[in-house]
Write a protein that binds this ligand. Sequence first.
Ligand SMILES: *Cc1c(COP(=O)(O)O)cnc(C)c1O
Length: 402
Amino acid sequence: MTHKPNLSHGRGYLAIPGPSVVPEAVLQAMHRPAPNIYAGELVDMMPGLIADLKRVARTAHQAAIYIGNGHAAWEAALCNVVAPGERVLVPATGRFGLGWADMATGIGADVDIIDFGKSTPFDPARVAEVLAADKDHRIKAVLAVHVDTSSSVLNDVAALREVLDAEGHPALLMADCIASLGCDRFEMDAWGVDVMVTGCQKGLMVPPGCSFVFFNARAQAVRAAMPRVSRYWDWVPRSEGTVFSQHFAGTAPTHHLYGLRTALDMIHGEGIENVWARHGVLARAIWAACDAWSAGGELRLNIANPENRSTAVTSLRLGEGDGTRLRNWVEEHLGLTLGIGLGMTDPADPKRDAYFRLGHMGHISGQMIMGMLGGMEAGMGALDIARGRGALDAAAEVISGA
Ligand SMILES: *Cc1c(COP(=O)(O)O)cnc(C)c1O
């Protein structure tokens, strides 16, 4: 009898689009006794932490820290600038755009969705038409998801600023960078974004639990004119370095702050431009492998045009049932966990098990991506899934040429 070894022992790779891989250094920074929250190191490091968060967002304006996931930041951002009955416009390109829209509905906003489907970016010209028709400027904010993590589409947020300015429309431009910050290039101030939300567990490489809302002076002026803002979500006290010690907006997320301090040191040590470039090369290696596989089978990337793809997450499909079969196989046999498909089909669709996603955000290296692709090749081989050859060669060529 031959012994069939299980190859999943050893270090795994959680290749799902959030939470992302947490660096050892971040884990170690969090492994410490509870600190004093009223004085000392934790309090002293807050101003620098906020400054370094703003550097990642490429903004000189304000950053507010919340204890909560991305959904919390969605709601927080809305609560500061949108009152019940006020209108928001959402150009949606997948599940997360629709999710933010739903959050706006939940706070009583009047929500106008332009649904661009699940495989293409939003079209700024169509957004322009809706804004042009809004003669009395009822639309108070445009909610744009930079990278929709379900479809993996990358949207041109800067184009919406051009559209708003061209129409002379005063609506705030609000961006969801939960999947993209610290992965895909994003320039809050240069792109004229008024409010940006993100979480800590994707490109920022910290376990889930903190989220951030960045806002500029225009957004603050809108906030100041609100009839009321919920105390908990109010971004004014939360954007001060003294938020947890003096304003006492609740107990500080102590260990997350230490983890974030280390993650920000890693990002700025590498340099944000390098971080973006690293994600770019690794994503191109993934796409090259997928193109090779596509040539001889049913594998397809969800976003056809490379310019419209995020470099943080890839949504793709195989034949019916095969996405789930492959995910299960590589997890069980190799310790590689790929992401489930999200929002691409309705639950009754038999093709729903064709879709899956690759998370390649944050703490990822060339060897991890080559390992992930090699694992997928092995899994498709074991499952007899038809595919083109040369995927690993194609990926390696991208990496060697970088
Ligand atoms: C992950 C994600 C969210 C939701 O964040 P949670 O922390 O899961 O609440 C929202 N928008 C985008 C684009 C995301 O990637």
